[in-house]
Design a protein around this ligand. Structure first.
Ligand SMILES: Nc1ncnc2c1ncn2[C@@H]1O[C@H](COP(=O)(O)OP(=O)(O)O)[C@@H](O)[C@H]1O
Ligand SMILES: [Mg+2]
Length: 267
Protein backbone atom coordinates (compact mmCIF):
# COMPACT_ATOMS: atom_id res chain seq x y z
CA UNK A 1 0.00 0.00 0.00
CA UNK A 2 2.75 2.46 1.05
CA UNK A 3 4.69 1.59 -2.12
CA UNK A 4 1.62 2.23 -4.21
CA UNK A 5 1.16 5.64 -2.61
CA UNK A 6 4.88 6.42 -3.19
CA UNK A 7 4.59 5.43 -6.85
CA UNK A 8 1.50 7.56 -7.17
CA UNK A 9 3.24 10.51 -5.52
CA UNK A 10 6.20 10.21 -7.91
CA UNK A 11 3.82 10.26 -10.84
CA UNK A 12 1.93 13.17 -9.32
CA UNK A 13 5.23 15.06 -8.82
CA UNK A 14 6.02 14.59 -12.49
CA UNK A 15 2.62 15.96 -13.41
CA UNK A 16 3.03 18.97 -11.17
CA UNK A 17 6.43 19.70 -12.67
CA UNK A 18 4.81 19.81 -16.06
CA UNK A 19 1.94 21.83 -14.68
CA UNK A 20 4.16 24.60 -13.33
CA UNK A 21 4.04 26.58 -16.52
CA UNK A 22 0.81 28.45 -16.93
CA UNK A 23 1.27 28.20 -20.66
CA UNK A 24 1.08 24.43 -20.30
CA UNK A 25 -2.35 24.18 -21.82
CA UNK A 26 -1.02 25.54 -25.09
CA UNK A 27 2.08 23.36 -25.11
CA UNK A 28 -0.04 20.23 -24.66
CA UNK A 29 -1.22 20.48 -28.22
CA UNK A 30 2.02 18.83 -29.35
CA UNK A 31 1.87 15.98 -26.85
CA UNK A 32 0.59 12.71 -28.46
CA UNK A 33 -1.01 11.44 -25.24
CA UNK A 34 -2.86 14.69 -24.83
CA UNK A 35 -3.96 14.57 -28.47
CA UNK A 36 -5.62 11.20 -27.83
CA UNK A 37 -7.32 12.59 -24.71
CA UNK A 38 -8.53 15.63 -26.64
CA UNK A 39 -10.03 13.39 -29.33
CA UNK A 40 -11.89 11.48 -26.63
CA UNK A 41 -13.44 14.70 -25.35
CA UNK A 42 -10.99 15.90 -22.67
CA UNK A 43 -11.64 19.55 -21.89
CA UNK A 44 -8.54 21.67 -21.20
CA UNK A 45 -9.31 25.06 -19.71
CA UNK A 46 -6.85 27.98 -19.79
CA UNK A 47 -6.55 29.73 -16.43
CA UNK A 48 -4.87 32.85 -17.68
CA UNK A 49 -6.18 35.06 -14.87
CA UNK A 50 -5.75 32.75 -11.88
CA UNK A 51 -2.82 32.92 -9.49
CA UNK A 52 -0.84 29.69 -9.56
CA UNK A 53 -0.07 27.89 -6.32
CA UNK A 54 2.13 24.83 -6.04
CA UNK A 55 1.02 21.81 -4.09
CA UNK A 56 3.39 19.46 -2.32
CA UNK A 57 2.11 15.97 -3.23
CA UNK A 58 3.68 14.38 -0.14
CA UNK A 59 2.04 16.95 2.11
CA UNK A 60 -1.43 16.63 0.61
CA UNK A 61 -1.24 12.82 0.52
CA UNK A 62 -0.25 12.91 4.20
CA UNK A 63 -3.44 14.90 4.81
CA UNK A 64 -5.47 12.17 3.11
CA UNK A 65 -6.20 14.19 0.01
CA UNK A 66 -5.57 11.05 -2.03
CA UNK A 67 -8.03 11.16 -4.88
CA UNK A 68 -5.78 12.89 -7.37
CA UNK A 69 -3.16 10.17 -7.12
CA UNK A 70 -3.16 7.22 -9.50
CA UNK A 71 -3.74 3.66 -8.32
CA UNK A 72 -4.96 4.61 -4.88
CA UNK A 73 -7.80 2.31 -3.75
CA UNK A 74 -9.34 5.07 -1.62
CA UNK A 75 -10.09 7.03 -4.78
CA UNK A 76 -12.60 4.46 -6.01
CA UNK A 77 -15.31 5.57 -3.56
CA UNK A 78 -14.99 9.15 -4.83
CA UNK A 79 -15.27 7.93 -8.42
CA UNK A 80 -18.55 6.24 -7.51
CA UNK A 81 -19.75 9.47 -5.93
CA UNK A 82 -18.70 11.51 -8.98
CA UNK A 83 -20.54 9.09 -11.27
CA UNK A 84 -23.68 9.43 -9.17
CA UNK A 85 -23.46 13.22 -9.32
CA UNK A 86 -22.97 13.11 -13.09
CA UNK A 87 -25.90 10.72 -13.58
CA UNK A 88 -28.21 12.79 -11.41
CA UNK A 89 -27.32 16.07 -13.10
CA UNK A 90 -27.00 15.11 -16.76
CA UNK A 91 -28.78 17.65 -18.92
CA UNK A 92 -30.41 19.34 -15.92
CA UNK A 93 -28.13 22.36 -15.58
CA UNK A 94 -27.46 21.42 -11.94
CA UNK A 95 -23.80 22.00 -11.21
CA UNK A 96 -23.52 23.37 -7.67
CA UNK A 97 -22.92 20.87 -4.88
CA UNK A 98 -22.70 21.49 -1.15
CA UNK A 99 -20.89 19.00 1.09
CA UNK A 100 -22.12 19.03 4.65
CA UNK A 101 -22.77 16.81 7.68
CA UNK A 102 -24.64 16.92 10.96
CA UNK A 103 -21.64 17.64 13.21
CA UNK A 104 -18.07 18.97 13.06
CA UNK A 105 -15.16 16.65 12.29
CA UNK A 106 -17.05 14.07 10.24
CA UNK A 107 -15.00 14.51 7.06
CA UNK A 108 -16.81 17.21 5.06
CA UNK A 109 -13.67 19.07 4.03
CA UNK A 110 -11.76 15.94 3.05
CA UNK A 111 -14.76 14.68 1.08
CA UNK A 112 -15.11 18.02 -0.73
CA UNK A 113 -11.39 18.12 -1.63
CA UNK A 114 -11.26 14.51 -2.80
CA UNK A 115 -14.47 14.88 -4.78
CA UNK A 116 -13.02 17.97 -6.47
CA UNK A 117 -9.81 16.08 -7.35
CA UNK A 118 -11.96 13.29 -8.79
CA UNK A 119 -13.92 15.75 -10.92
CA UNK A 120 -10.64 17.21 -12.16
CA UNK A 121 -9.89 13.78 -13.63
CA UNK A 122 -13.17 13.59 -15.47
CA UNK A 123 -13.04 13.99 -19.23
CA UNK A 124 -15.70 16.53 -19.94
CA UNK A 125 -15.82 18.63 -16.83
CA UNK A 126 -13.81 21.09 -14.81
CA UNK A 127 -14.26 21.91 -11.15
CA UNK A 128 -14.12 24.89 -8.83
CA UNK A 129 -13.72 24.04 -5.13
CA UNK A 130 -14.98 26.78 -2.79
CA UNK A 131 -14.40 27.02 0.95
CA UNK A 132 -17.79 28.05 2.30
CA UNK A 133 -17.04 27.23 5.93
CA UNK A 134 -16.46 30.89 6.64
CA UNK A 135 -16.00 30.47 10.38
CA UNK A 136 -13.22 27.98 9.91
CA UNK A 137 -11.82 27.84 6.40
CA UNK A 138 -9.55 24.85 6.12
CA UNK A 139 -9.22 23.67 2.52
CA UNK A 140 -6.06 25.77 2.02
CA UNK A 141 -4.59 24.24 5.18
CA UNK A 142 -5.20 20.68 3.94
CA UNK A 143 -3.58 21.61 0.63
CA UNK A 144 -0.71 23.49 2.27
CA UNK A 145 -1.23 26.83 0.55
CA UNK A 146 -1.33 30.34 1.94
CA UNK A 147 -5.00 31.07 1.36
CA UNK A 148 -4.64 34.83 1.13
CA UNK A 149 -8.05 35.74 -0.21
CA UNK A 150 -11.31 33.86 -0.02
CA UNK A 151 -15.05 34.19 -0.34
CA UNK A 152 -15.24 36.70 2.53
CA UNK A 153 -13.09 39.16 0.60
CA UNK A 154 -15.62 39.02 -2.22
CA UNK A 155 -18.68 39.15 0.02
CA UNK A 156 -17.47 41.77 2.50
CA UNK A 157 -14.89 43.87 0.69
CA UNK A 158 -16.02 43.60 -2.89
CA UNK A 159 -12.83 41.95 -4.17
CA UNK A 160 -13.34 40.72 -7.74
CA UNK A 161 -13.69 36.96 -8.21
CA UNK A 162 -10.53 36.91 -10.35
CA UNK A 163 -8.50 37.89 -7.25
CA UNK A 164 -9.85 34.95 -5.24
CA UNK A 165 -9.41 32.10 -7.67
CA UNK A 166 -6.17 30.18 -7.52
CA UNK A 167 -4.95 27.40 -9.76
CA UNK A 168 -3.31 24.55 -7.84
CA UNK A 169 -1.43 23.26 -10.87
CA UNK A 170 -4.07 20.60 -11.53
CA UNK A 171 -5.25 21.00 -15.07
CA UNK A 172 -9.00 21.04 -14.59
CA UNK A 173 -9.34 22.45 -11.09
CA UNK A 174 -9.48 25.89 -9.51
CA UNK A 175 -9.83 26.84 -5.87
CA UNK A 176 -11.18 29.55 -3.60
CA UNK A 177 -10.11 29.18 0.03
CA UNK A 178 -8.63 31.52 2.56
CA UNK A 179 -8.93 34.93 4.07
CA UNK A 180 -9.98 35.77 7.58
CA UNK A 181 -12.71 33.92 9.45
CA UNK A 182 -16.15 35.40 9.90
CA UNK A 183 -18.49 34.56 12.76
CA UNK A 184 -21.77 35.92 11.36
CA UNK A 185 -21.41 33.63 8.41
CA UNK A 186 -25.07 32.55 8.16
CA UNK A 187 -26.21 36.05 7.19
CA UNK A 188 -23.47 36.54 4.67
CA UNK A 189 -23.93 33.08 3.11
CA UNK A 190 -27.57 33.90 2.41
CA UNK A 191 -26.86 37.43 1.18
CA UNK A 192 -27.76 38.79 -2.28
CA UNK A 193 -24.02 39.08 -2.99
CA UNK A 194 -23.64 35.32 -2.38
CA UNK A 195 -26.54 34.65 -4.75
CA UNK A 196 -24.81 36.82 -7.33
CA UNK A 197 -21.57 34.84 -6.86
CA UNK A 198 -23.30 31.51 -7.38
CA UNK A 199 -25.23 32.61 -10.42
CA UNK A 200 -22.06 34.11 -11.93
CA UNK A 201 -19.99 30.94 -11.27
CA UNK A 202 -22.81 28.65 -12.37
CA UNK A 203 -23.25 30.24 -15.74
CA UNK A 204 -19.67 31.12 -16.65
CA UNK A 205 -18.53 27.70 -17.95
CA UNK A 206 -21.13 25.14 -18.94
CA UNK A 207 -18.89 22.14 -18.19
CA UNK A 208 -17.90 23.26 -14.70
CA UNK A 209 -19.05 21.80 -11.37
CA UNK A 210 -18.78 23.95 -8.26
CA UNK A 211 -18.24 22.17 -4.96
CA UNK A 212 -18.82 24.03 -1.69
CA UNK A 213 -17.36 22.84 1.60
CA UNK A 214 -19.76 24.21 4.24
CA UNK A 215 -20.18 24.08 8.05
CA UNK A 216 -22.08 21.37 9.94
CA UNK A 217 -25.88 21.52 9.88
CA UNK A 218 -26.54 21.32 13.61
CA UNK A 219 -24.09 23.94 14.87
CA UNK A 220 -25.50 27.07 13.24
CA UNK A 221 -27.81 28.49 10.62
CA UNK A 222 -25.24 28.55 7.78
CA UNK A 223 -26.47 25.47 5.96
CA UNK A 224 -30.09 26.48 6.41
CA UNK A 225 -29.47 29.76 4.60
CA UNK A 226 -27.09 28.31 2.02
CA UNK A 227 -28.99 25.16 0.98
CA UNK A 228 -31.59 27.04 -1.11
CA UNK A 229 -28.78 28.48 -3.26
CA UNK A 230 -27.23 25.19 -4.39
CA UNK A 231 -28.53 22.43 -6.65
CA UNK A 232 -27.44 19.38 -4.68
CA UNK A 233 -26.37 18.32 -1.22
CA UNK A 234 -24.00 15.53 -0.24
CA UNK A 235 -24.30 14.51 3.41
CA UNK A 236 -21.25 13.01 5.14
CA UNK A 237 -21.87 10.61 8.00
CA UNK A 238 -19.03 9.32 10.14
CA UNK A 239 -19.39 5.55 10.41
CA UNK A 240 -19.95 4.36 13.96
CA UNK A 241 -19.85 7.88 15.36
CA UNK A 242 -22.60 10.18 14.13
CA UNK A 243 -25.68 9.39 16.25
CA UNK A 244 -28.67 8.38 14.13
CA UNK A 245 -30.81 10.97 15.93
CA UNK A 246 -28.44 13.73 14.82
CA UNK A 247 -28.54 12.52 11.22
CA UNK A 248 -32.35 12.54 11.30
CA UNK A 249 -32.43 15.97 12.94
CA UNK A 250 -29.97 17.34 10.38
CA UNK A 251 -31.98 15.99 7.45
CA UNK A 252 -35.01 18.02 8.55
CA UNK A 253 -33.04 21.18 7.72
CA UNK A 254 -32.28 20.14 4.16
CA UNK A 255 -34.54 20.31 1.09
CA UNK A 256 -35.25 16.60 0.43
CA UNK A 257 -35.23 16.92 -3.34
CA UNK A 258 -31.65 18.26 -3.27
CA UNK A 259 -30.13 15.45 -1.24
CA UNK A 260 -27.92 13.51 -3.60
CA UNK A 261 -26.99 10.92 -1.03
CA UNK A 262 -24.78 10.06 1.91
CA UNK A 263 -21.07 9.45 2.17
CA UNK A 264 -20.33 6.94 4.91
CA UNK A 265 -16.91 8.16 5.96
CA UNK A 266 -14.27 6.22 7.85
CA UNK A 267 -15.99 2.87 7.47
N1 LIG B 1 -11.81 8.83 5.82
C1 LIG B 1 -11.03 9.32 6.77
N2 LIG B 1 -10.07 8.54 7.32
C2 LIG B 1 -9.26 9.01 8.29
N3 LIG B 1 -9.33 10.25 8.81
C3 LIG B 1 -10.27 11.06 8.33
C4 LIG B 1 -11.16 10.65 7.28
N4 LIG B 1 -11.98 11.68 7.00
C5 LIG B 1 -11.62 12.69 7.83
N5 LIG B 1 -10.61 12.32 8.62
C6 LIG B 1 -9.95 13.15 9.65
O1 LIG B 1 -10.95 13.67 10.50
C7 LIG B 1 -10.66 15.03 10.83
C8 LIG B 1 -11.81 15.92 10.40
O2 LIG B 1 -11.94 15.88 8.98
P1 LIG B 1 -12.55 17.12 8.17
O3 LIG B 1 -12.68 16.71 6.76
O4 LIG B 1 -11.77 18.34 8.45
O5 LIG B 1 -13.98 17.19 8.88
P2 LIG B 1 -15.08 18.35 8.83
O6 LIG B 1 -14.79 19.19 7.66
O7 LIG B 1 -16.36 17.59 8.75
O8 LIG B 1 -14.95 19.10 10.12
C9 LIG B 1 -9.34 15.37 10.15
O9 LIG B 1 -8.30 15.19 11.06
C10 LIG B 1 -9.26 14.36 9.04
O10 LIG B 1 -7.93 14.05 8.68
MG1 LIG C 1 -14.44 21.26 7.49
Amino acid sequence: MINKIREAITLFNKRLDTGKKESRVLSLQNNPEEKVKKKAGWISPAYSQSRTIHLDPGFIAGNRCLAYLDNVPEAEAYRVLRTQVLQRTQGSGSNTIMVTSALPGEGKTLTAINLAFTFAREFQHTVLLVDGDLRQQSIHKYLGCAGEKGLIDYLEDGSPVSELITWPGIEKMTLISGGCSFQESAEILGSPRMKEFISDMKGRYSERYIIFDVPPILTGADVLTFAPLVDMVVVVVQAGKTPMDDVKKALRFLPKEKILGFVLNRC
